[in-house]
Design a protein around this ligand. Structure first.
Ligand code: MRU
Length: 353
């Protein structure tokens, strides 16, 4: 299974963001796959709005963007009470979305650096450098996770996997978490096919995952979420591989709504269920998934698509955008620090303290 290509020669996929020092460009993921449009932010408020409105999404990408948002707040601070301006920017970014802990992890890291700065000049330099480190470390973590996952799966012949939501270059600093494992299988010629759940209601699977994989020549079949059970029953899939937005101390995993049902299906059909996420997604301060704040978004995301009505106007909608998969249904949590096999509090503590 040895790959001669070094990580820096790997195709990391289509990136979600471009940092220019004085501004951050974000690929508007709401318009994919039909339009590739970049939105430029010169301040933290613009970045916070992009996170809230899902211009950028995916737990690691949200954290990285927020870090750049703090760097922009320093860069464009008025010069008067620059400390108050940066702290206000951190608060505003922290309110953009509640579930992915990577956002708070990145902001805490930025705040720690901020508190060490004695002048605005120093803050401008150090906060930009820290945001870039967060970005680069995420990409490195994705390479490491893909390597760990492949060693763990150790397939003797090409396999097919099913995935949910979008966990690729668009959701991370590049390459991807679950999609990074899929890229790595493909690089090693060990991937037969990816089944991509379309991921209602926001359609991250059809609009983003199918787009990323098709662009990179990775064989993908798009399926309605409800088709997953039939695909598993057919015996075509050996592993379900997904990402995460928050992993608690007992190994419970919050991820895109619909992940929990996949884990139940996987157990029923004796298919492996793997969660791939950097350690920045682990929140050891929460005892279990019951403590995770689950974001509920506006009902229009379910009632319509791009303004086209799909339901009676004003019908009541329940739209939680994440669910919690109990640790007991997960075979492995793969992070850059290593793997927690059959996760529970002991295994999580052994890796994450
Ligand atoms: O609402 P989103 O699109 O931000 O949700 C994204 C997910 O749930 C992903 O599966 C998760 O963030 C992992 S991304 C590497």
């Amino acid at each position: 299974m040895a790959n001669e290509s070094r990580p820096d020669e790997r195709n990391i996929g289509t990136v979600a963001m471009r940092w220019h020092g004085h501004s951050l460009e974000l690929l508007d993921q709401r318009l994919l796959p039909t339009e590739e449009h970049w939105i430029t932010s010169e301040g933290a408020s613009g970045v916070a709005q992009c996170i809230r409105d899902m211009v950028v999404r995916g737990a690691p990408a949200i954290g990285i963007s927020a870090a750049y948002g703090v760097a922009l707040a320093a860069r464009h601070a008025g010069g008067g009470d620059w400390k108050a301006e940066i702290l206000q920017a951190i608060r505003e970014l922290a309110e953009s979305r509640p579930t992915a802990v990577n956002l708070f992890w990145a902001l805490q890291r930025m705040e720690r650096v901020f508190h060490k700065c004695h002048s605005l000049d120093e803050a401008v330099k150090r906060l930009a450098a820290e945001a870039q480190s967060i970005h680069e470390e995420d990409l490195e973590a994705n390479f490491a996770m893909a390597d760990h996952a492949l060693r763990f799966m150790n397939p003797e012949k090409p396999i097919s996997v099913l995935t949910h939501c979008n966990t690729g270059a668009l959701a991370t600093g590049g390459y991807g978490t679950a999609l990074g494992v899929i890229r790595r299988l493909h690089e090693e010629k060990l991937l037969r096919r990816v089944y991509a759940d379309e991921t209602r209601p926001w359609l991250q699977g059809s609009r983003l995952t199918a787009w990323e994989l098709s662009r990179d020549g990775i064989p993908v079949t798009l399926n309605a979420d409800g088709a997953a059970a039939a695909i598993l029953a057919s015996g075509k899939v050996q592993w379900i591989v997904v990402g995460a937005d928050r992993i608690t101390a007992n190994g419970d995993v919050a991820n895109k709504i619909g992940t929990y049902s996949l884990a139940v299906l996987a157990r029923h059909h004796k298919v492996g269920f793997m969660v791939v996420a950097p350690s920045s997604t682990v929140d050891m301060s929460l005892a279990s998934g019951r403590d995770i704040p689950i974001e509920e978004r506006d009902g229009t995301e379910v009632r319509e698509i791009r303004g086209i009505p799909l339901a009676p106007p004003g019908v009541q909608v329940f739209n939680p955008v994440f669910d919690v998969t109990p640790a007991g249904l997960i075979d492995a949590i793969v992070t850059e620090k290593g793997i927690v096999h059959n996760p529970n509090i002991t295994g999580m503590r052994a890796l994450f303290g």
